[in-house]
Design a protein around this ligand. Structure first.
Ligand code: FPP
Length: 234
């Protein structure tokens, strides 16, 4: 559970394609505009009290899209973040990528390593980018890692606690999200942070991601503060 000084917001950025199609543009134009919104949200989030931001950039299911779009999204992410690096470092933003890196194209995975290395000592906003991420894949990986420890004789099943399970997740070391936002007028969690969002407050918005405004994030944070989180108690 996050302490009162921490605020972790996770976002499923949906609606880029529709935003573009509505304007007679190719779908990739929506992703480009969506990336610009990410830039603006990252800059403004700490001012709203947000200490960690986890965004869903590419899911394990997104490989089913046309290869050109897949390649565009993956390279858009690394090229934009690489361009923003000096600014991110001056804002003290630490970037971490969560997801299965093994299947990423070689140049993307090299850029991801460089981005993480460059921002590793930044002590401001934690920006976690889910790239080739799936919540079930993350849980399976954790289960397999622990099972391997048991098989090797370095752990026993009785030793498994929620805290220990957390330590096998891609998002290890981060408090779970307090808020999960999904744009794009869909009310689904789509395999995002399945383990971590157990007690998150959920916000489903009609707005398409490229139209998402800072004022909307501000409104969500204010609404969150007025919600009574009981974590199962009365
Ligand atoms: C979902 O919209 C969006 C994605 C699958 C890609 C999200 C990626 C970005 C916003 C760019 C990432 C870049 C940075 C710098 C983080 P959709 O295409 O499914 O939209 P639709 O439902 O309208 O078709």
């Amino acid at each position: 559970m996050a302490t009162s000084s921490q605020l972790h917001v996770a976002i499923v950025m949906d609606g880029n394609g529709r935003w573009a199609v509505e304007r007679g543009l190719p779908r990739i134009a929506g992703h480009r505009q969506g990336a610009q919104v990410v830039h603006d949200i990252v800059a403004a989030a700490p001012g709203l009290g947000v200490t960690a931001l986890t965004i869903f950039a590419f899911s394990t299911e997104n490989w089913k899209r046309p290869p050109d779009e897949v390649s565009y999204i993956l390279h858009l992410f690394v090229s934009m973040v690489t361009k923003w690096l000096p600014e991110l470092v001056s804002q003290h933003v630490r970037v971490r990528i969560i997801g299965d890196r093994a299947a990423l194209p070689g140049d993307v995975s090299a850029s991801v390593e460089a981005i993480e290395k460059r921002t590793a000592s930044c002590d401001g906003l934690h920006l976690n980018v889910a790239l080739n991420y799936g919540g079930r894949a993350e849980i399976l990986l954790a289960a397999k890692t622990f099972a391997a420890e048991c098989a090797a004789g370095t752990a026993t099943p009785e030793e498994l606690t929620e805290e220990r399970f957390d330590s096998y997740l891609w998002l290890k070391g981060e408090a779970p999200p307090d808020i999960v936002v999904r744009t794009g007028a869909e009310s689904r969690v789509s395999n995002f942070l399945l383990w971590e969002m157990a007690y998150a407050e959920l916000f489903f918005l009609d707005v398409l991601w490229p139209d998402f405004k800072l004022a909307t994030l501000d409104m969500i944070v204010q609404k969150f503060k007025s919600r009574n989180r009981r974590f199962g108690s009365l």
